[in-house]
Design a protein around this ligand. Structure first.
Ligand code: NI
Length: 262
């Protein structure tokens, strides 16, 4: 069975066939899904989905696109969600310097990212990190929080293999998505080659980042076997081993999910 650690089934791209699609997951070998909040609305919808479907968990958090406009009331609301039995992580949170060029707004991203990191520590929940074109600040902040004992996955990992090894040394997991199947996905393939199997998590970021041969189409968790195939090839192990190890990795990081493992 596959543990999908990062999807956005609340996205409007699933409005036409959400129920049908989610009902077909088990049959396609998808045992669990974490639906990740990207803003307050997405967080509420993720929790709603997690309550509706046994196999879905939720992550509560605000992505850097919206984080600069967060308020104390949002932190309070996220704190309340942390107590929900199906909320297994805070995320997705982090810096995005690709879309945001204004230094003052970048500073706000970092401020609210750290506030959500502090909240995760307080709630004893792991964090799902979104980081784009911001390698240096991400390493700096993740080093600081490693000393505080935070648990984390660097989702949709896009930096160097060298840096991945450093994140692994800090105790973090690396989220591997559809890019690993791309012809120009060499950097991520190299990362997979250089980090231990017990630090890899499977994820899609659906509806985005569909793997080959579906590249450019709407993504969903049923395409994960394409990533499994590629990782098995790189690591020289069987597809079953990739599924089993990443399944256990997900439960090691998202501990609260263990109570629901059916
Ligand atoms: Ni995402």
């Amino acid at each position: 069975m596959i543990f999908e650690t990062h999807a956005h089934y609340d996205d409007e791209k699933f409005d036409t066939d959400r129920v049908e699609l989610l009902s077909s997951m088990k049959e396609a070998g998808i045992g669990h899904v974490i639906n990740v909040g990207a803003n307050m609305k997405g967080t509420r919808e993720s929790i709603h989905l997690a309550h509706e479907y046994d196999f879905i968990f939720a992550a509560a958090g605000v992505h850097p696109d919206d984080a600069p406009r967060m308020t104390e009331a949002d932190i309070e609301e996220l704190r309340k969600y942390g107590a929900d039995p199906k909320v297994v992580a805070i995320g997705e949170i982090g810096p995005d310097y690709y879309w945001e060029k204004d230094p003052a707004i970048r500073e706000k991203q970092i401020y609210w990212w750290k506030r959500q990191m502090d909240l995760a520590l307080e709630l004893d929940l792991p964090v799902i990190i979104h980081s784009r074109d911001a390698a240096e600040i991400t390493m700096e902040v993740m080093k600081e929080y490693a000393t505080k004992g935070i648990r984390a996955v660097i989702h949709c990992y896009s930096y160097s293999a060298e840096m991945a090894k450093e994140f692994v040394k800090l105790g973090y997991y690396i989220g591997v998505g559809g890019v690993v199947t791309f012809k120009n996905g060499r950097k991520l393939q190299e990362t997979v080659c250089h980090i231990p199997m017990d630090r890899i998590l499977l994820e899609t970021d659906s509806p985005y980042m569909a793997p080959e041969p579906y590249r450019g189409k709407r993504n969903d968790s049923r395409y994960i076997p394409e990533m499994v195939k590629k990782i098995a090839e790189i690591k020289g192990i069987s597809r079953e081993e990739v599924e089993d190890i990443t399944w256990n990795n997900a439960f090691d990081l998202f501990r609260k999910a263990k109570e629901w493992n059916i």
